[in-house]
Design a protein around this ligand. Sequence first.
Ligand code: FE2
Length: 135
Amino acid sequence: MTVINWRDSYNTGVAQFDREHHKIVELIDVMFAAIRDKSGKEVVEKACNEVLSYTGYHFENEEKAMQSVNYPDLKEHIDEHNRLKAEALQFQMKINADSPEGTTEFYRFLREWLVEHIQECDKKYGPYLNGAAES
Ligand SMILES: [Fe+2]
């Protein structure tokens, strides 16, 4: 089973970032399975680190791309990334502390990141990065 069923409405239209979003979903699935199957603290922590480090890498790629086209909402978008990163770190600390709240936080993070961030923030950069928007 997978945690997130990808919907077409999650696509930004920017091939690289759609691929990267899929990769993040895959890594989240690995982490979810590790938690669900009680694979052990080490495995869960490793999976969690992978989600976070790949997400950090992905955010940097998005920020560079938006910068390169003088994307008008760049600052707001970076602020949002920073907010998500801060939230993810909180979540990671709970996971590392073996807190039962860790999994609840995990779902909250997923919902926020996918449903809100991709659909509300990332989709807006699509036309700019594909050169279709008037600036
Ligand atoms: Fe983003």
